[in-house]
Design a protein around this ligand. Sequence first.
Ligand SMILES: Nc1ncnc2c1ncn2[C@@H]1O[C@H](COP(=O)(O)OP(=O)(O)OP(=O)(O)O)[C@@H](O)[C@H]1O
Length: 468
Amino acid sequence: MSDFASLGLSDWLIQQCKQMGISKPTPIQENCVPPILEGRDCMGCAKTGSGKTAAFVLPVLQKLSEDPYGIYCLVLTPTRELAYQIAEQFRVLGKPMGLRDCIIVGGMDMIKQALELSKKPHIVVATPGRLADHIRSSDTFSIKKIQFLILDEADRLLEQGCADFTKDLEVILGAVPAKRQTLLFSATLTDTLQELKAIAMNQPFFWESKSEVRTVEELDQRFILTPEKVKDAYLVHLIQKFQDEHDDWSIMIFTSTCKNCQILTMMLQKFNFPTISLHSMMKQKQRFANLSMFKSSVYKILIATDVASRGLDIPTVQVVINHNTPGLPKTYIHRVGRTARAGRHGVSITLVTQYDIHLVHSIEENTQTKLKEYPVEEKEVLKILTQVNVTRRECEIQLESTDFDEKKEINKRKQIILEGKDPDMEAKRKAELEKLKGKKRRFKDKIQETIQNKQYGMQKKKLMKKKS
Ligand SMILES: Nc1ncnc2c1ncn2[C@@H]1O[C@H](COP(=O)(O)OP(=O)(O)OP(=O)(O)O)[C@@H](O)[C@H]1O
């Protein structure tokens, strides 16, 4: 394995790495840093926790120190928390050169951000939605002269899902120069390779870690088969066990919706577990505060939606629990990748109902690993089942008495307005669509009923004939 000096990095950067406990390059750094320094576009795909961030931060800082100007580099990333994490890596490694960075994410003061952008920071780290808003509404800054465009979690940025970045990306790509270096990184690049190649136009250098298995060796991957109604009891039992058996422990729990995230948090708090949550229905300042309290081990359990499934680097996390089985193998890879990072060991436990078994098969096929059953004493779980389910029900009732659902509705309306549509018209359209669907369903049911009646009548007739 080579060292950082042989990759072409300067002494001051190598010293800075040493101070962070980074002395030897990881394979993605070894393979991607030299072509980036040569001026090539680059697509890098390596497992979670393998040091992809430094693989782009180091060569950008090296180049920037040779010819410093602002705004030199733009990094796009899908979540706000990740933007802060990346900016921090730039800040720590770039300290000796007096690096100035700026973070542009939603949920924070837009005027302050505009002011910071106008001061020409060297590095801008942004989520696409808020940066596109600034480009649309302000002419006090320009990204026309950037040298580097970086898409971290690049495949997520191109995915068309609930948070669809494609329109914002179009605005941003229209504002950056065609002559630039483009760097794309993720642990799961391969599905979106063609689209990504269209962004990295300059015959990108593509590097992918060789292993067939898409999760890290140090990760012990387990599952528990459980009926839906017993899931929470398993969860409480698992946490109690970790608390009893370990002094220094920290767990991330993933769930599918903001509401469930909130209910589970309330429930675990009632059992006196030091728990906090992270989901998109929370105020941004609270999101940052919760994450930082979890990082500093003030709270040992973080319950989150997939807003926290990518990129977050929290070395103390030893266990990841999937309260729901992820629908996509990709989501599974990123979620369980929050533990067993940078050579450390970790465990992931996925709670699986009988309806999710096909999802486990698809995860196993995609990751080329077999999930092993996690041994649990069922008797112990059944002992707490009633208490857990009663507590959950209490929490549900408690949440219903707050404005949680109302807030969700307001957020939905805001989103519709941002998409340039009229929320009342949309609600009307949706209601009409539902009505139409209902009519269709009733019509279908009636036909089904008639067919069944006819079949029943015929069978009866046959039976009567036989009898007579
Ligand atoms: N060469 C190195 N040697 C040791 N540790 C390193 C090295 N490079 C990076 N690290 C550390 O490894 C950890 C994981 O790095 P990073 O967050 O960049 O992973 P990643 O590959 O981006 O993961 P993900 O796909 O989950 O985003 C960080 O704490 C980082 O400081």
